[in-house]
Design a protein around this ligand. Structure first.
Ligand SMILES: NC(=O)c1ccc[n+]([C@@H]2O[C@H](COP(=O)([O-])OP(=O)(O)OC[C@H]3O[C@@H](n4cnc5c(N)ncnc54)[C@H](O)[C@@H]3O)[C@@H](O)[C@H]2O)c1
Length: 410
C-alpha cells in the first residue's frame, strides 16, 4: 500500500519512523512544500518507499493508494477539497488519513466527515495514544479481572510539554485554541477509551457532563509573552491561548447505569525532561499506570560533556535539557502508538474497512473538546444529555479560537 504524505513536518517524520516498523506499507509520495526534500531523502535512505515529490495533490493522488493529511489544522478543508477534485478526476484512492484534531470545531470536523463520505473514501482518524502498546496491554492483562471485579470507574490522563515547535501552534486562530485543542483531544480520547469496559465499542460510554477550566499560567507573563512575540511573532496580549487545561468528563454505563469519570490535564508549561504522557486508571481492586518518562535507559551528562551535544531532542521529544540525568526513549514512534495506528490503518483499508478510529470518531472527540471550551467560557458544568446543548455545540466557536480570549485568560 502506497501512502502519499500531505505535509512533511514534525509528525510526518514520526510516521516515517513508524512505517519502518510496518510491513506492507510504503511512502509512495510527498507533497513538495517546505521540508519535503529532506523528508523524501530520509525515506529513500531508510528504504521506506520511492517518496516521489509531487507538485500538487491531484498528481500525487494518481500514484498512491492512500492520502495522509499531516498539514496544519487550518488547511484541512482546502486540502480535503483538493482530494475530492482528485477523486473526481479519476484517482483510485482507497482512503484518507487525518491527524488529530480532525477539525478546529464541529463545523469543520462535520464537513470533513461529509466530504469523505460523499467521495466514498475510507477514513482513519489518527489518535495515536489509543494505539499505545502500554494502553492496550493493560486492557489485555486486566480483562479477566475486569470481568470478575467490574470495570474501571476513574481514568486520569495527561499530556504535557514545554510548548509547541512551530509558530502556527501558538496562534489560537490557526490552531483552533491552545493546549486544550492541541493536546486535550489526545487525553480526552485515551481517557474514555481506557475507561470503556472490555468488549464494548468506542461509543459505548455515554457522555453526561463536562466540567473544564483553562488558564494562561506561564506564557501570559510579561517575560514569556515577550519571548513568544519576538521568537514566534505571536502576541498573547492581543490573541492569547490557554497553556493549561484540566477537566472531568462524566459518562454513564448504559448497561449498569453506573457513572464513571475521566479526568484530563494538559499543559505547555511542563518543566521536566521533555514530553510526558501519563495515564492511570482505578477499578475495584486493581489499577494501571503509564508514564512515558520512565525508561529502561538513563544517561547522565555532566556540564563539561554537555558542550558537545548538538541536538537535545535526540534523547526525547520536546526535551529541554542536554545535561544531568536524561530519560532516553529510543523508539518513540512505537512508544506513542504511531506504529500500531499505521498498522491498523493498513489492515483495515486492505479489507475495505475504515480504521479502528474513523473520522466520525474524530468528530465525536471534537464535540467533547468544544464542550470543554464552553464549560470553561461559561464557568459552569455542561450537560451533555441536554439536546439544546448538543445543538449549540454543532456551531459553537470558542472565543479563544476566534482570537477573543483576552477577557477569559487575563
Ligand atoms: N499525534 C500527535 O501526537 C501529533 C504530534 C504533532 C503534530 N500532530 C498533528 O499533525 C499535524 C501537523 O503537525 P506538524 O507538527 O507536523 O506541523 P509542522 O508545521 O511541523 O508541519 C506541517 C507541514 O504541513 C505543510 N503545509 C503547510 N501548509 C500546507 C498546505 N496548505 N497544504 C499542504 N501542506 C501544507 C508544511 O509545509 C509542513 O511540511 C497537525 O494537525 C498536528 O495537530 C499530531
Amino acid at each position: 500500500m502506497k501512502l502519499g504524505f500531505i505535509g512533511s513536518g514534525f509528525i510526518s517524520k514520526f510516521h516515517a519512523d513508524a512505517i519502518q516498523q510496518v510491513r506492507g506499507l510504503e511512502i509512495g509520495g510527498i507533497l513538495r512544500r517546505g521540508g519535503a526534500e529532506d523528508l523524501a531523502s530520509y525515506c529513500q535512505k531508510k528504504g521506506l518507499g520511492d517518496a516521489v515529490l509531487y507538485n500538487n495533490i491531484i498528481e500525487m493522488a494518481k500514484n498512491v493508494d492512500v492520502l495522509a493529511i499531516y498539514a496544519p489544522n487550518y488547511v484541512r478543508i482546502e486540502i480535503m477539497e483538493e482530494i475530492i477534485d482528485a477523486v473526481k478526476a479519476g484517482a483510485q484512492l482507497k482512503g484518507v488519513i487525518c491527524e488529530k484534531p480532525l477539525g478546529r470545531n464541529m463545523v469543520e470536523s462535520g464537513k470533513l466527515v461529509q466530504l469523505a463520505e460523499d467521495a466514498n473514501l475510507l477514513t482513519a482518524y489518527f489518535e495515536n495514544q489509543i494505539f499505545m502498546k502500554a494502553i492496550n496491554n493493560q486492557r489485555q492483562q486486566l480483562s479477566a479481572i475486569q470481568r470478575k471485579m467490574g470495570p474501571l470507574s476513574l481514568t486520569r490522563c495527561s499530556e504535557e510539554h514545554a510548548g509547541p515547535h512551530k509558530d502556527w501552534f501558538w496562534d489560537p486562530i490557526r490552531l483552533g485554541g491552545g493546549v486544550l485543542s492541541d493536546m486535550g483531544c489526545h487525553s480526552i480520547a485515551v481517557a474514555r477509551y481506557a475507561l470503556t469496559p472490555e468488549g464494548k465499542d468506542l461509543f459505548f460510554l455515554k457522555p453526561q457532563s463536562v466540567m473544564a477550566e483553562v488558564g494562561l499560567l506561564k506564557w501570559g507573563q510579561p517575560q514569556w509573552r515577550d519571548k513568544l512575540k519576538s521568537e514566534r511573532g505571536i502576541d498573547y496580549l492581543k490573541t492569547p491561548a490557554e497553556d493549561f487545561v484540566t477537566g472531568i468528563i462524566t459518562y454513564r454505563n448504559p448497561d449498569t447505569g453506573q457513572l464513571v469519570k475521566s479526568q484530563f490535564t494538559n499543559s505547555w508549561i511542563f518543566e521536566k525532561q521533555g514530553l510526558r504522557l501519563f495515564m492511570d486508571g482505578m477499578g475495584p481492586g486493581y489499577a494501571f499506570e503509564v508514564n512515558t518518562l520512565e525508561s529502561p535507559l538513563n544517561i547522565f551528562v555532566g556540564d563539561d560533556a554537555a558542550e558537545t551535544i548538538a541536538d537535545q531532542e535526540k534523547a526525547l521529544e520536546k526535551a529541554t535539557a542536554s545535561r544531568g540525568l536524561l530519560a532516553i526513549q529510543y523508539n518513540e514512534a512505537d512508544l506513542y502508538g504511531y506504529t500500531d495506528e499505521n498498522q491498523d490503518m493498513f489492515k483495515s483499508f486492505s479489507v475495505g474497512k475504515d480504521g479502528f478510529l474513523n473520522w466520525k470518531y474524530g468528530l465525536e472527540i471534537t464535540k467533547l473538546v468544544m464542550a470543554c471550551y464552553l464549560s470553561a467560557e461559561r464557568k459552569k458544568t455542561i450537560d451533555l444529555s441536554d439536546p439544546a446543548i448538543l445543538q449549540e455545540l454543532e456551531t459553537y466557536i470558542p472565543a479563544i479560537q476566534q482570537g477573543k480570549g483576552v477577557d477569559q485568560l487575563f
